[in-house]
Design a binder for this molecule. Structure first.
Ligand SMILES: *[C@@H]1O[C@H](CO)[C@@H](O)[C@H](O)[C@H]1NC(C)=O
Ligand SMILES: *[C@@H]1O[C@H](CO)[C@@H](O)[C@H](O)[C@H]1NC(C)=O
Ligand SMILES: *[C@@H]1O[C@H](CO)[C@@H](O)[C@H](O)[C@H]1NC(C)=O
Ligand SMILES: *[C@@H]1O[C@H](CO)[C@@H](O)[C@H](O)[C@H]1NC(C)=O
Length: 256
C-alpha cells in the first residue's frame, strides 16, 4: 500500500510539472510590442511572423532595408514606408504604380483592401472615378478619358461635388497624389502607388482589446476566424489548460 502512495506522489508531481510547463507556454503567447526594421514599438493591429495571432497586419522583411506589410490573411504584400500612432500606415503598391507608369487601363480597378468584422481600411486621399460604357451620354464631371471600351470620368481632386452614379457605370476610388503640383488633366500622373491608409479596428473589437488587461492582464488575440478574444478569457483557459485529471489512472476498486 505504501508503494502505491509513493507511485501516486510521483505521478502527481510529474503532472504538476506538465501543467506548469503548459502555463508557461500560455504566458509566452502574450503580445509584447515589437520592432521590425525601422519601426519601433509597434503592436496591435500589427504583428510579426513569430506571433501572427497578435494582429491582423503582418509586418515582415525586418532585416531588409524596406519592410513589407500584409493587411490580412492571403492578401497581397505591399512595401511599407511608415506606421504611425494615429492608426495610419503608408505603403507603396508597386503593381498599381507599374500600371500607372505604363499608362495601362488596368490601373482603373479598386485596390484590394480586406475588410472583416474586426478591422477595415480606408485610403486617406482618394479620387472617385466613374467607369462607364462609351455609348453612354456625357456625364457632368470635369475630366474624361477614354480607356479600352470604357470612358473614365472624374472631377478635379479639390472638387468633391459628385453627380450621382449613372446606371451601368461603376464607381472606383483610387489614391491620389497630395503634392501641390498635380496634373489634374493627366489621370496617370494624378494617381499614385504611394499612399496612406487609415486603419480602423472596429469599435467593438477595440473595446474587447481595451478590456483584456482589466480581465487579468490578458492580451488581444485573433482566432482562425478573424475574431478577437482576450487571451485570458475563460474559454481560452478551458481550451489550453492541461486537465491533470485526464492523466490519472482509473482507480478500480480493490478486489478483495
Ligand atoms: C517562454 O518560453 C521560454 C522557453 O520556451 C522561456 O525561457 C521563457 O522564460 C518563457 N516565458 C517568457 C515570458 O518568455
Ligand atoms: C506595359 O504594357 C504593355 C502593353 O499592355 C505590356 O506588354 C507590358 O508588359 C507592360 N509593362 C509592365 C511593366 O507592366
Ligand atoms: C470600389 O470601392 C468603393 C469604395 O469601397 C465601392 O463603393 C465601389 O462599389 C467599389 N467598386 C467596385 C467596382 O467594386
Ligand atoms: C514611392 O515611395 C517609394 C519609397 O518611399 C519611393 O522609392 C518611390 O520613388 C515612390 N514612387 C513614387 C511614384 O512616388
Amino acid at each position: 500500500m505504501a508503494h502505491g502512495c509513493y507511485l501516486m506522489f510521483f505521478i502527481l508531481s510529474y503532472l504538476l510539472l506538465l501543467s506548469l510547463a503548459e502555463e508557461q507556454r500560455r504566458v509566452n503567447l502574450s503580445c509584447p510590442s515589437f520592432s521590425c526594421g525601422k519601426f519601433r514599438n509597434i503592436d496591435f493591429p500589427y504583428s510579426k511572423r513569430k506571433h501572427p495571432e497578435c494582429g491582423f497586419c503582418l509586418i515582415d522583411d525586418c532585416e531588409k532595408p524596406v519592410q513589407k506589410i500584409q493587411l490580412g490573411k492571403d492578401e497581397p504584400w505591399f512595401s511599407v514606408t511608415s506606421i504611425s500612432q494615429d492608426q495610419t500606415v503608408t505603403l507603396y503598391d508597386q503593381v498599381f504604380q507599374r500600371h500607372l507608369d505604363n499608362r495601362s487601363c488596368e490601373s482603373f480597378k479598386n485596390i484590394s483592401l480586406p475588410s472583416s468584422p474586426s478591422i477595415s481600411f480606408e485610403i486617406q486621399s482618394y479620387l472617385t472615378l466613374f467607369k462607364c460604357p462609351k455609348i453612354l451620354g456625357n456625364i457632368p464631371m470635369n475630366f474624361k478619358m477614354s480607356c479600352d471600351d470604357s470612358m473614365i470620368y472624374y472631377n478635379h481632386p479639390d472638387d468633391d461635388d459628385l453627380p450621382s452614379l449613372p446606371p451601368r457605370c461603376s464607381l472606383i476610388q483610387l489614391p491620389v497624389a497630395v503634392s501641390k503640383t498635380r496634373y489634374a488633366s493627366d489621370l496617370f500622373r494624378l494617381l499614385t502607388g504611394n499612399f496612406s491608409l487609415k486603419v480602423r479596428p472596429n469599435w467593438r473589437a477595440r473595446r474587447h482589446c481595451i478590456d483584456c488587461p482589466s480581465r487579468g492582464g490578458g492580451q488581444c488575440l485573433i482566432n482562425s476566424m478573424g475574431y478577437l478574444h482576450c487571451s485570458n478569457t475563460e474559454s481560452y483557459e478551458k481550451n489550453h489548460r492541461v486537465n491533470i485529471f485526464r492523466f490519472l489512472p482509473r482507480v478500480r476498486p480493490d478486489v478483495t
